[in-house]
Design a binder for this molecule. Structure first.
Ligand code: ZN
Ligand code: ZN
Length: 82
């Protein structure tokens, strides 16, 4: 059984906005905002480099982060833990 540490309040992460370096707010799971439909991903990490969403297969939980300074939104896959 895997669980997302952010969803379960086990830890929080500080993510800096790629635009203005402000600390971004964790808005919760991306699916809670968009339902089943996720139009596009802005995360520029290695995991989603080919635009694939593998949140179930590789045990990551996609979270939406929001920058209140410049209105930047970022989808970040959080590694789930046992
Ligand atoms: Zn989560
Ligand atoms: Zn920003």
């Amino acid at each position: 059984m895997y669980a997302c540490p952010l969803c379960n309040g086990l830890k929080s992460i500080n993510l800096n906005c790629p635009n203005c370096q402000q600390v971004m707010d964790n808005q919760g799971r991306t699916v809670d905002f968009m339902g089943d439909y996720i139009p596009y991903l802005e995360y520029e990490g290695t995991k989603l480099i080919d635009g694939e969403l593998n949140s179930t297969q590789d045990h990551t939980c996609l979270h939406l982060f929001y920058c209140t300074s410049c209105n930047q939104q970022l989808n970040v896959p959080i590694q789930e833990i046992r």
